[in-house]
Design a protein around this ligand. Structure first.
Ligand code: SAH
Length: 382
């Protein structure tokens, strides 16, 4: 079919990338350059297959699109990814990308391979964070800005490029799961997170099922049921304390939404069942939240919620005031939960040598002082 471009209708937008755009935005963008609505719809579907399923980075490869149209697209747009400022690979196979979304806007994503099983990409939803959890390195970086849906998806494109896993339905692909556990609070950027999840889960595109996408929140209670309704993603809660006084201190958003409010919201999450459990993350801080009495209180708190618990050994960072609980303490804590019927794996720290482990992400947008760099080098070689 021949499409007539009405180039007089809209001024040419600055050349920008189409890669990572959601289907509605692809459509809008094509309409803006003067394509009639129906072909724009079809063209957008074709484009998303090439961009997000095949992973191509040049319009020339889009062989079912006319040459005329490919040339037209290439004069206006690219299929580029944001610049990779740094890429590191850990001795344990974990990979970290520092992505430059714009001048002084850098965010990190981490690929965590699993032995014998598929792996997860941990993506950032914001650069920096507003929450100031006392044990989290990202919390020491002020919020730079929310990432757009396209920028969130671009992190997955970059990882798939790096892993060589195109097309998206490659058999035995290693990048099979997405966790929103990188920098930032996803529920303070829910519109973009929801749009990104639509793109990631599109079977004709990136093809990552919604049950393989987990969104973690420190507890923005009013947004929790909305997250479920809009995305059907799996829910994870960064709990870390079982009493309001302690949680107020280490996860300060608790002062706004206390444990009772948080748990009411969790119970209202649509679709919870034994097959779709909430994951509770609990960082093990020596002498702070790791007593057996707290383990027993945790069991009480979780009653009647289909839940599992991830115990996260605290990962150190320069200037942190906490230490990780002793291994025996973590195991005894896990025993209490296991005996009560909650699966509670102890998360093996991954990528500590490249500062990619939970809570260690903080971009160099805020430059480290020489002393901080030295401490970071010491901590990573420890
Ligand atoms: N803001 C969201 C998304 C970040 S997820 C949330 O809080 O859930 C990052 C996870 O790593 C959270 O569970 C966080 O509490 C945990 N974390 C932060 N700092 C850590 C550290 N130093 N060691 C281990 N886990 C940490």
């Amino acid at each position: 079919m021949k499409t007539t471009l009405d180039l007089s209708r809209a001024p040419a937008p600055a050349i920008s990338s189409l890669a990572g755009l959601s289907l509605p935005r692809l459509r809008e963008t094509l309409e803006e350059i003067g394509l009639a609505e129906k072909p724009a719809k079809m063209r957008a579907s074709q484009l998303r297959r090439w961009l997000h399923h095949a992973g191509v980075q040049s319009f020339d490869e889009m062989t079912n699109i006319s040459k005329e149209m490919r040339t037209e697209l290439a004069t206006r747009f690219t299929a580029d990814r944001p610049h990779i400022a740094e890429h590191k690979v850990s001795v344990d196979g974990t990979q970290k990308w520092l992505v430059e979304f714009g001048p002084n806007v850098e965010g990190e994503s981490v690929f965590i391979p699993n032995v014998g099983k598929a792996g997860a990409l941990c993506v950032s939803s914001q650069v920096g964070c507003t929450l100031n959890c006392t044990f989290c390195h990202t919390g020491t970086q002020r919020l730079v800005r929310n990432l757009t849906a396209q920028e969130i998806v671009a992190q997955v494109l970059i990882a798939r490029d790096g892993l060589g896993e195109w097309p998206a339905d490659t058999e035995d692909r290693r990048l099979s799961n997405i966790v929103f556990m990188g920098m930032g609070e996803p529920l303070y950027n829910l519109d973009n997170v929801a749009e990104a999840i639509d793109t990631l889960s599109d079977g004709e595109g990136m093809a990552i099922g919604r049950r393989r996408i987990t969104v973690s929140t420190a507890g923005v209670a009013p947004k929790i049921p909305e997250l479920g309704a809009r995305t059907s993603a799996m829910l994870a809660i960064s709990l870390h304390a079982v009493r309001d006084d302690l949680r107020d201190e280490i996860v300060p958003i608790n002062r706004k939404y206390d444990l009772q409010t948080l748990f009411e919201a969790i119970k209202a999450y649509p679709g919870l069942s034994n097959a779709r459990r909430v994951t509770f993350e609990y960082v093990m801080l020596k002498g702070i939240n790791d007593s057996l009495a707290e383990a027993r209180d945790l069991v009480k708190l979780l009653s009647r919620i289909p839940a599992k618990v991830n115990l996260i050994p605290f990962n150190p960072w320069p200037g942190a005031i906490y230490e990780c609980s002793d291994w025996d303490t973590i195991e005894s804590f896990a025993d209490v939960l296991n005996r009560a019927g909650y699966s509670s794996p102890i998360r093996t720290p991954r990528g500590r040598d490249i500062f990619a482990a939970c809570g260690q992400l903080r971009s160099e947008s805020v430059k480290l002082s020489a002393a901080e760099k030295r401490r970071q080098a010491e901590a990573s070689s420890a």
